[in-house]
Design a protein around this ligand. Structure first.
Ligand SMILES: Nc1ncnc2c1ncn2[C@@H]1O[C@H](COP(=O)(O)OP(=O)(O)OP(=O)(O)O)[C@@H](O)[C@H]1O
Length: 320
């Protein structure tokens, strides 16, 4: 069985009468990149605080690298690196000086710290600007330095709480790629907490959908999609091309009505040239035949692939 880096069983946290985390059970394997996905106030930060031993647990248990966080918080902190939304630095110090300062706070011997700081700065792509003052760093560079702060402790697990806030799209892409590369290269387990669906989809091996303190679903994106959407429906989508000269809305509607007339079809949606058909079985051949026989061409026809946004919104619909 795969080694577990994080093991949470029946975890509950209340603030007065308000249940912020409700009976959460979740395991994350060593080396896995797990996305904790949920809207504001879902309880993600509270869960992270409990993982780090920074807030008391009302009931349940949390183990990180096999160590009980509630009983041995200091031991856990040695194994876990935590990157919050925004990291504070000494702006008048260089990136290297800031990192050496963190190394000293973590009791890393001076010689080892020097070597490790240079290696870590190279790992996060700040080698060339290591001697520049942090005041001159962009938001993306500051987040990379934040990651270096975390990595210099050589953690087994890193927890990232909305780390891409304020980065431009290119900065986000590079930062996420850096996390994947580091995790794969060093075998680090990553817990990535975010409400950004696309970032989670891009980065994570597995996701947990967390709403109002409860984990509604958990798994690989592909298997969550299957559970939700493939019970008895096939969804195919396509685009009509090379419409006939004499094409009229009425003529197209006629073909759409023929598709609707197929026994297994539950729903057909048409928007401009793009159409989506939901049915009980895969009727791609029938759809393409009907269109082609009516003089239309097909730019493409494929089984719709569901992404995390479809999954997420489906859960929200169920919640309402
Ligand atoms: N110290 C506190 N005292 C009282 N209530 C709190 C406290 N911290 C969090 N809460 C409440 O607990 C719930 C969960 O908050 P939490 O910050 O864990 O959510 P989150 O998913 O991290 O959201 P965000 O993305 O906004 O940080 C919210 O309803 C919040 O108002």
């Amino acid at each position: 069985m795969a080694e577990k880096s994080i093991e949470i069983i029946g975890l509950t946290k209340k603030y007065g009468e308000h249940v912020a985390v409700d009976n959460l059970t979740l395991s994350i394997e060593k080396g896995e990149i797990f996305g904790l996905l949920g809207p504001n106030g879902a309880g993600k930060s509270t869960t992270i605080l409990m993982l780090l031993g920074l807030t008391e647990v009302d009931s349940g248990s949390v183990k990180v690298c096999g160590i009980d966080t509630t009983r041995f918080p200091l031991e856990v902190k040695r194994k876990v690196g935590y990157l919050p939304e925004d990291v504070g630095f000494y702006n008048d110090y260089s990136g290297l000086q800031n990192l050496l300062y963190i190394a000293r706070l973590n009791n890393i011997p001076v010689e080892e710290a020097q070597k490790s700081a240079l290696e870590t700065l190279a790992d996060v792509g700040l080698e060339e600007v290591k001697d520049n003052k942090v005041a001159s760093y962009s938001r993306g560079m500051r987040q990379r330095l934040g990651l270096a702060d975390v990595l210099i402790k050589k953690p087994e697990v890193i927890i990232l709480d909305e780390p891409t806030l304020g980065l431009d799209p290119e900065g986000v892409k590079k930062f996420l790629q850096l996390i994947v590369d580091l995790s794969r290269k060093k075998g680090i387990t990553v817990l990535f907490s975010s409400h950004h669906l696309h970032q989670v989809q891009q980065l994570c091996d597995r996701v947990g959908i967390f709403v109002k303190g409860k984990l509604l679903a958990e798994g690989k994106i592909s298997s969550l999609a299957e559970q939700l959407f493939s019970k008895n429906t096939f969804t195919i989508e396509g685009e009509i091309s090379s419409p006939p000269e004499n094409r009229t809305p009425e003529a197209l509607q006629e073909v759409i009505d023929k598709i609707k007339g197929i026994k297994e079809v539950a729903k057909v949606e048409l928007k401009n040239e793009h159409f989506v058909v939901e049915s009980k079985k895969d009727i791609s051949p029938e759809v393409s035949r009907l269109l082609v026989n009516s003089g239309y061409g097909l730019a493409y026809l494929s089984k719709k692939k569901y992404g995390l946004d479809d999954i997420y919104h489906q859960y929200f619909q169920e919640e309402k």
